[in-house]
Design a protein around this ligand. Structure first.
Ligand code: CA
Ligand code: CA
Ligand code: CA
Length: 252
């Protein structure tokens, strides 16, 4: 009886996974050219001071990221900024179908390339020099919740410094751009003490995507965080008030 229950549960879960849309569109050949991919990498904005953002632009479609961010090459032979980050072999980049790739994605934080994986339960990255305080990123997931785990050793060894669960969110209040099932992205900020050397972005393979992995801030991406804008506006108001007072005094 118990075995039968487990079997039915297994069939149900497998069915649930197969019934859901996947990140990679099946039977789709990329049409984007090598020059267009390199151009996308060059156009990608990376101008937020004090932070490093891995936006995955400039990588190929279904390309093993590998040494792209470590002074070397991706599986398909592209190179990016050398920021000392290496990805494990199953970590792949994916380009939006609307941009000529095979990605079932929309509204990605930095168009049009994201991180995903087709094998295993997570995509891992190593930062041999280590990093501290925290980092952030965007994700979109269906089928099952995703997760992120931070370790103080390479390849997930050593102590678990931090972890977070990433709830299913893929299509909350959104439509494609013009197409793409994974259209809703949430920011996640992770903080920890100690020095981190590896991070795993996990979930069900082909059912979760990640973008804009940001080091040096718990707010991902290129936008200056809202809190900073509040400070700028506050300073602006104080300066205006001081100027107005000085002007009134000088007229009196
Ligand atoms: Ca897009
Ligand atoms: Ca799209
Ligand atoms: Ca991107």
């Amino acid at each position: 009886m118990k075995r039968l229950l487990l079997l039915s549960l297994g069939i149900f879960l497998t069915g649930a996974i197969f019934a859901q849309e996947t990140v990679r569109l099946a039977n789709t050949q990329a049409t984007i050219t090598r020059d267009e991919i390199i151009q996308m990498g060059q156009n990608a904005n990376s101008n937020r001071s004090g932070v490093t953002v891995l936006n995955f632009e400039g990588l190929g479609n279904e390309d093993a990221i590998l040494e792209f961010y470590n002074g070397g090459l991706s599986g398909l032979g592209y190179s990016g900024p050398n920021v000392g980050v290496e990805f494990q072999g199953n970590a792949l980049s994916l380009i939006d179908y609307d941009a000529g790739g095979s990605g079932n994605i929309a509204n990605e934080p930095s168009p049009s390339t994201v991180l995903f994986f087709l094998t295993g339960s997570s995509a891992g990255m190593n930062v041999p020099a280590g990093f501290s305080n925290g980092f952030s990123f965007f994700y979109s997931a269906n089928v099952g919740a995703g997760f992120v785990q931070v370790y103080d050793g390479l390849n997930g060894t050593g102590n678990l410094l931090a972890s977070a669960t990433l709830p299913v969110n893929w299509n909350i209040n959104c439509t494609g751009d013009p197409s793409g099932g994974f259209c809703h992205w949430d920011p996640i900020g992770v903080t920890f003490s100690g020095v981190a050397k590896s991070v795993f972005f996990g979930g069900v393979a082909n059912h979760c995507v990640f973008d804009e992995i940001t080091f040096g801030s718990d707010v991902p991406g290129y936008e200056t965080p809202v809190s900073n804008w509040a400070i700028f506006i506050g300073i602006g108001l104080i300066l205006m008030f001081a100027f107005f007072r000085a002007w009134r005094i000088s007229r009196a």
